[in-house]
Design a protein around this ligand. Structure first.
Ligand SMILES: Nc1ncnc2c1ncn2[C@@H]1O[C@H](COP(=O)(O)OP(=O)(O)O)[C@@H](O)[C@H]1O
Ligand SMILES: [Mg+2]
Length: 429
C-alpha cells in the first residue's frame, strides 16, 4: 500500500474511539471522518453529522469527500445492508454484506447454519411468536431447567431470557408475544439448551475466504460485582482470556472459525469483516453462544491496543481479499478495560455531569470516550456508559491494577464502576 485512504467511520461509542485511535496511527490514513463520533474520536479525525440509517445520505457524503473506505462499527447498519448499498455505489466498505450479517441479525439463521455445518452449539428449536403453545409444549417435553429463550432479531442485549422453571417460561413467552421489551426482534424465537461453562470470545477478521483470529477476550455484562444484577452493554473486559488455552484456541479455529467462513462461502454469502464468536467453554469443548458481525464493545478497547499491525492496512487487505498475505502481530501484554458508568445505568440515569481528571489518568491508562460531550470547553457525561479506562501490563494483575489506578483519577458526579473486572481471569493464571 503506498497511497493514502480517506476513511469514514460509522459509530460513536468507546469501540469507535478505539478504532479511530488505531486508524490514526496508520501511515496510510488520509482524512478520517467519524459519524456521529464523540469527543474522543475528535482527537483522531473530524466528527460529522450524517444519518447512518439513511444510506443515500452516507453515499452522498462519501462522494463529496472522496471517501475511499467506510468502516462500520455497530451492527444495525450492517444488518440493514449498508455494505451492499455502498458497494453498489462503488464505495469500498469493511463489514459483512446483509446476507452475511444475518449471522448476528437472526439467531435462528445462525443456529440453522451451525446445525448444517456441524459447528458445536447448544441444541435448539425455533418458533414463530404466535406458536406460543408449541413453544411451551417443546419446553415441557424437554423438562430440563434452566432453559434459554431468545428473540430472533437484534434486541440490543435485551432479548435473551434464562428461565429456571415453567412459570418463568410462560411469563417470558407472553412478554415476547406482546413484544413490549423487544418489539420487532421477537417475531420469531429460539429456545435452546442451557450450556454450563465459562464464556469467552474470539475476534476474527475475514475477507470471505481467508480468516485470521485477531485475539480473544472476556467481557462482563452484568452491572453488579460477582456478575449480579441487570444486563448492560458491557461493564468491562480483559484480554487475553486465560480460559482459552493454546489448545482450546486451536480447537476453536478448526471446529468453529474455519467451518464458519467456509460454510458462509458455500452458502454464497461469503463473510467479510470482523466476526465476533461468543463461546461457552463447556466440559465437552468450546461451543458457540452467538455470532456478532462486528467488534464487541468494550472488547474492542482491549484488543486493538494489543494489535501491532497497521489496522488500516489490515482492513484494506480484507476488503481487497488479500488476507492470505497478512500475519496478525500482537504484543504480549495483558489488557483490562473498566467502564465508568452513570449512577443508575442501565436504568434511569442523569446526564450533563462535569468530568475531570482524564489528563492525569492517562499516565497509567488509555482513556476511550463512550458517552461524553463537550460544552463551553467542559467535558460532560452524555450516556450510561461514559468512559473506558484501559490498563496494560505484563501480567493480568498489572493490567487490572493500572486500569483501576486510572479509573480512580477520573471524577464525575455519580461515577459507578465494577471493582472486579478481570478477577475471573486471575483465578486461572
Ligand atoms: N445456550 C446458552 N446457555 C447458557 N447461557 C447462554 C446461552 N445462550 C445465551 N446465554 C447467556 O446469555 C447471554 C446473552 O446471549 P446471546 O446469545 O449472547 O445474546 P445477545 O448478546 O444478543 O443478547 C450470553 O452471553 C450468555 O451469558
Ligand atoms: Mg451476546
Amino acid at each position: 500500500m503506498d497511497s493514502s485512504y480517506n476513511v469514514l467511520l460509522i459509530g460513536g461509542g468507546g469501540r469507535e474511539h478505539a478504532i479511530a485511535w488505531k486508524l490514526k496511527q496508520s501511515k496510510h490514513l488520509g482524512n478520517l471522518f467519524i459519524t456521529p463520533g464523540n469527543p474522543g474520536t475528535e482527537q483522531a479525525g473530524v466528527n460529522v453529522k450524517i444519518d447512518a440509517s439513511n444510506f443515500d445520505e452516507v453515499t452522498g457524503f462519501c462522494k463529496e469527500h472522496q471517501i475511499d473506505l467506510v468502516v462500520v462499527g455497530p451492527e444495525a447498519p450492517l444488518v440493514d445492508g449498508i455494505v451492499d448499498h455502498l458497494e453498489e455505489n462503488k464505495i469500498a466498505a469493511f463489514g459483512p454484506k446483509q446476507s452475511a450479517a444475518m449471522l448476528e441479525g437472526s439467531k435462528e439463521f445462525a443456529k440453522e447454519f451451525m446445525l448444517r455445518y456441524n459447528i458445536p452449539t447448544a441444541d435448539f428449536s425455533a418458533f414463530s411468536s404466535d406458536e406460543f403453545d408449541d413453544a411451551l409444549s417443546f419446553v415441557q417435553s424437554k423438562d430440563t431447567y434452566p432453559i434459554v429463550l431468545k428473540a430472533d432479531g437484534l434486541a440490543g442485549g435485551k432479548g435473551v431470557f434464562i428461565c429456571e422453571n415453567e412459570d418463568e417460561v410462560k411469563k417470558r413467552l407472553n412478554e415476547l408475544k406482546t413484544g413490549s421489551a423487544v418489539s420487532g426482534a421477537a417475531d420469531r424465537l429460539v429456545i435452546e439448551e442451557f450450556m454450563e461453562g465459562e464464556e469467552a470470545s474470539v475476534f476474527v477478521i475475514s475477507d470471505g475466504h481467508t480468516s485470521h483470529i485477531i485475539h480473544n477476550a472476556q467481557d462482563h455484562k452484568r452491572i453488579g460485582e460477582g456478575d449480579t444484577g441487570l444486563n448492560t452493554g458491557g461493564m468491562g473486559a480483559y484480554s487475553p482470556a486465560p480460559v482459552l488455552t493454546e489448545d482450546l484456541l486451536e480447537q476453536v479455529r478448526q471446529e468453529i472459525v474455519e467451518p464458519t467462513i467456509t460454510g458462509m462461502q458455500l452458502d454464497e454469502s461469503a463473510y467479510s469483516g470482523i466476526l465476533y464468536v461468543g463461546l461457552m467453554i463447556t466440559e465437552n469443548g468450546p461451543k458457540v453462544v452467538e455470532y456478532n458481525c462486528r467488534f464487541g464493545d468494550p472488547e474492542c478497547q482491549v484488543i486493538l491496543p494489543s494489535l501491532e499491525n497497521d489496522l488500516l492496512d489490515l482492513i484494506v487487505a480484507a476488503v481487497e481479499q488479500r488476507l492470505d498475505e497478512v500475519k496478525i502481530q500482537l504484543d504480549s501484554a495483558y489488557r483490562c478495560c473498566v467502564v465508568l458508568a452513570s449512577e443508575g445505568y442501565p436504568e434511569k440515569y442523569e446526564k450533563g455531569k462535569e468530568i475531570t481528571g482524564i489528563e492525569s489518568a492517562t499516565e497509567e491508562s488509555l482513556i476511550f470516550h463512550a458517552g461524553t460531550r463537550t460544552k463551553n470547553g467542559k467535558l460532560l457525561t452524555n450516556g450510561g456508559r461514559v468512559l473506558n479506562v484501559v490498563g496494560s501490563g505484563n501480567t493480568l494483575k498489572e493490567a487490572i491494577d493500572n486500569a483501576y489506578a486510572g479509573a480512580e483519577k477520573v471524577h464525575f458526579d455519580g461515577c459507578y464502576f465494577r471493582r472486579d473486572i478481570g478477577h475471573k481471569g486471575l483465578q486461572k493464571v
